[in-house]
Design a binder for this molecule. Structure first.
Ligand code: SF4
Length: 369
């Protein structure tokens, strides 16, 4: 796929309205829609413009806030179907996630739905999500979505509060029959706070654990943790004569969680399914906020243009920052790293930590030669 021409995923923050108030919410969601949200006609125009990316338009991921609180959701999804733009939904688990609307969305062609699960226990998940009873509701919703014929993705934000439950979350991902597990590594933005971020060494442990989890029948994707692709490349190429922990000098987090993963899920059931496409913020990924401002990604607050005034195709293809990101014109370790194309570091974290979106990603433990 030529990421200079078109992204693979366009995230549209359809609204900031949401009943929940999660600790790490990027959107800093609120009970009511934010002022200036794209109207129905502006949303319809955006959808038609996405079809202009070419014969294989990107998947439109409609997110929020809570996308189910958009009163025009069915109209927008139907319009996407008419112009051949595939739609995935990322709703919140609230009372709005009901069978009736979901059946209609399925009939309109929505293929996949992702839900957030931020722990393997009610205490952890609900501590992060701030809603009593939400853990059981989320697991039940995952089963419900599967029974309605959706492809299901589980999203997990990994942080200090839940990192020792990752093997347990993997077991739930497998148990609900999810097609994919998307793990997000925190970037300090919105309600995310850096005391929850892991150290580079812990990230390395998690990357190895996720690679191993990807052998159990679901695909593993990461957000703002592209160095997991470096680890996947190493692990795929390695012929080990010792344990991964010894071969890669992994730390206590890996040494605790890896045996637990094996204990909970048993022997691996298939080959690794860890995404290897070298996408990153602005390369394959594009984000449109509730008010029409376009960004390289939801966690990189650098405005590229507003879709109220400029088409998304032109912004994505021509903006100098995105061209530099796609050309891997990075500084620091990322600039001299042999993995800069397949990985390239989190541009959002580079910006959050240094003010330069092309700087190195400080959350990566690798020191290139
Ligand atoms: S140094 Fe940068 S490009 Fe290399 S693996 Fe780490 S984050 Fe990726």
């Amino acid at each position: 796929m030529n990421f200079d021409e078109a992204p693979i995923l366009v995230f549209w923050e359809t609204t900031r309205a949401c009943e929940l108030a999660c600790r790490h919410c990027r959107a800093e969601a609120m009970p009511e829609p934010a002022p200036g949200e794209l109207t129905t006609s502006e949303g319809l125009r955006l959808i038609r413009q996405l079809a202009g990316f070419g014969p294989r338009p990107p998947v439109l991921v409609m997110t929020g806030g809570d996308v189910m609180s958009r009163p025009d959701l069915l109209e927008l999804v139907a319009a996407a179907g008419q112009v051949g733009v595939p739609v995935a939904l990322a709703p919140s688990v609230t009372s709005r996630l009901r069978t009736g609307p979901l059946e209609e969305l399925r009939q309109l062609g929505v293929g996949s739905v992702s839900l957030s699960l931020d722990g393997a226990t009610a205490a952890t998940h609900e501590g992060i999500r701030g809603a009593h009873g939400h853990f059981g509701e989320t697991v039940a919703a995952l089963h419900q979505l599967r029974s309605l014929g959706f492809k299901v993705q589980v999203n997990t934000a990994v942080m200090r509060a839940n990192v020792d439950e990752l093997a347990g979350v993997a077991a739930i991902v497998q148990e609900v029959g999810a097609a994919s597990w998307e793990v997000f590594f925190l970037v300090q933005v919105g309600r995310g706070r850096d005391e929850q971020e892991l150290s580079p060494e812990e990230n390395e442990d998690v990357a190895h654990l996720l690679f191993e989890a990807s052998h159990y029948g679901f695909a593993l994707r990461t957000v703002e943790g592209p160095w997991c692709r470096r680890v996947a490349a190493w692990r795929k190429a390695a012929t080990l004569t010792t344990t991964p922990a010894a071969a890669f000098r992994l730390g206590p987090l890996y040494r605790r969680q890896s045996p637990l993963l094996r204990e909970l899920l048993g022997q691996p059931t298939g080959p690794a399914q860890m995404a290897s496409a070298g996408t990153r913020d602005g390369k394959g990924i594009f984000f449109v906020a509730h008010d029409g401002w376009a960004y390289p990604a939801g966690f990189l607050p650098l405005r590229l243009g507003n879709v109220r005034e400029q088409g998304p195709v032109g912004i994505y293809r021509d903006h100098p920052l995105l061209r530099a990101v796609r050309a891997a014109e990075f500084g620091g370790r990322c600039g001299r790293c042999e993995f800069k194309d397949v990985c390239g570091g989190s541009r959002a974290r580079a910006f959050a930590s240094s003010g330069d979106p092309l700087a190195e990603d400080p959350a990566c433990a690798y020191i290139p030669a």
